[in-house]
Design a protein around this ligand. Structure first.
Ligand SMILES: *Cc1c(COP(=O)(O)O)cnc(C)c1O
Length: 239
């Protein structure tokens, strides 16, 4: 595999600096500390040589949306990487994924959670998980609707061998600022409601915000932002 050229390296560095500046500014505007917002670099379209370059800059949180690609990359890249699964998890991948991931962002049904709970028990692991919520109710999006989650919240809270630490959402395609704030603010309110419901859930994380909307997500309370194109664009001809 060819090494990134120096132009590619400096472009990546520049992208990263710009992103950090924008994160800091969004935090300052909303009286939040930049240390409360973790950057998960989404590498699903990114060549592995560029991912290695990114790791050399001191970042360790990587997100992949396909379990198979996550597993393959995890087997080649340093063990110090924290892997985030951000895309759909098929039941037959649960057993291989659990030992590899820091956080699964995409638990999108009670059935999947029950399955994860069972496998986690067998493996004697307690995975950290986020419930993916389809806040906007858009038909094309994966995730639990807020109503489904509220209705079955007791069951979510009662499962053993899983540590549900928060919620994740994706904004509707082409949403304007009002819709983005409604989606991200809606997720934050849902988290607060579930925490107050006294059903054994103690949620601290909100995974929301991508390249096109992360500043608004930060202003609305994101603790994890998932950025791909804004970091890696113009670093490779492949996109
Ligand atoms: C691809 C992807 C992202 C990153 O998208 P960008 O717009 O490139 O930042 C974030 N979250 C999920 C779930 C994704 O699939």
């Amino acid at each position: 595999m060819s090494e990134p050229t120096s132009e590619v390296r400096s472009k990546l560095f520049q992208n990263l600096q710009q992103v950090q500046t924008r994160i800091s500014r969004a935090c300052a505007e909303s009286n939040r500390s930049p240390t409360d917002v973790r950057l998960v670099a989404v590498t699903k379209y990114t060549a592995e040589s560029l991912v290695e370059e990114f790791l050399r800059l001191g970042y360790m949180d990587l997100g992949e949306n396909r379990p198979q690609q996550l597993l393959e990359r995890a087997s080649r890249l340093p063990g110090s990487v924290s892997w985030h699964l951000i895309g759909q998890l098929q039941r037959n991948k649960v057993r291989s994924i659990l030992p590899r991931v820091t956080l699964i962002h995409s638990i999108d049904s009670l059935k999947l959670l029950q399955h994860v709970s069972r496998i986690a028990g067998e493996l004697q692991r307690i995975p950290r998980l986020l419930l993916q919520v389809n806040v906007s109710g858009e038909a094309s999006k994966n995730g639990l609707t807020p109503q489904e989650l509220q209705r079955a919240a007791n069951e979510f809270g009662a499962l053993p061998d899983v540590n549900i630490v928060g919620l994740m959402t994706m904004a509707p395609e082409g949403a304007n600022e009002t819709e983005l704030r409604a989606t991200f603010g809606g997720l934050r309110e849902l988290k607060d409601q579930l925490n107050q419901a006294d059903i054994g859930l103690s949620l601290t994380e909100l995974s929301m915000g991508m390249s096109g909307d992360f500043e608004i997500a930060i202003q609305e309370g994101a603790t994890l932002i998932r950025l791909g194109s804004v970091l890696f664009h113009e670093c490779e001809p492949m996109r």
